[in-house]
Design a protein around this ligand. Structure first.
Ligand code: SAM
Length: 219
């Protein structure tokens, strides 16, 4: 997906992916990761996700990265926060209450930018990307996360020929294949959610699962 696609989505407020509450499967599975309070959580392709506020409330500083300035500014406004703003080579940084959002391209973040992130949370991020970008996303961006990093990845699976992405279907084999080089991957839960997602059924999708993975970076 080109940046213009996402800028247009935010401009037109076509943000069906946004949830008004923290992700229920994150609330269920995050505790099993046993990420110590104080550990900074990286949220790639962050949108204005409420999950970031939840992490901060649990004592996790947050680093998010998001292309859209509309999304970044909406996040702080909707939480009644006035962020400090500064520029760097990565983009425009907004920071308040332990939540730092970089308005910029996730692929431009280097190891130094991610050095103090001990955890990662990926919801609607890997699956927002077409196959060629997923390859880069895992082998470049995830590869820059520090050793011992752990995280939660939430995907969708449906017959890809029944609908165009995003969101894209990313099947379990692909997750294992892409992450195998640097990460231990454990499937935590698979759930049939077709009945809760009528828009997919309206588009002709006949099966829809969400899958939650635990990721553990190897040294
Ligand atoms: C499907 S949305 C998911 C947002 C968020 N994770 C959530 O759960 O609501 C994907 C987001 O990624 C952003 N995005 C896409 N490509 C990006 C990139 N290369 N760098 C940073 N953000 C990007 C888009 O603007 C969009 O807000």
């Amino acid at each position: 997906m080109q940046p213009d696609f996402w800028h247009q989505r935010w401009h037109d407020n076509q943000i069906g992916f946004h949830q008004d509450q923290p992700t229920p499967l994150m609330l269920k599975h995050w505790p099993s990761l046993q990420v110590p309070a104080g550990t900074r959580v990286f949220v790639p392709l962050a949108g204005k996700s409420r999950d970031m506020a939840w992490f901060a409330a649990q004592g996790h500083p947050v680093l998010g990265v998001e292309l859209s300035r509309i999304a970044v500014e909406a996040f702080f406004a909707e939480h009644g926060l006035t962020p400090a703003v500064r520029e760097s080579k990565y983009g425009r940084h907004y920071e308040a209450e332990g939540i730092e959002l970089i308005c910029g391209d996730a692929f431009a973040l280097d190891e130094a930018a991610l050095a103090d992130c001990g955890a990662v949370f990926d919801r609607a991020a890997l699956i927002a990307l077409p196959p060629n970008l997923r390859e880069r996303y895992v082998h470049e961006l995830y590869a820059r996360l520090p050793s011992h990093c752990r995280g939660l990845l939430i995907t969708l699976e449906y017959p890809q020929h029944e609908k165009d992405g995003p969101p894209f279907s990313v099947i379990e084999d692909e997750v294992h294949e892409r992450y195998a080089r640097d990460w231990n991957v454990t499937t935590l839960e698979r759930r049939d959610i077709l009945a809760q997602q009528p828009r997919f059924a309206e588009e002709g999708v006949t099966a829809l699962d969400t899958v939650v993975y635990r990721l553990q970076r190897r040294d």
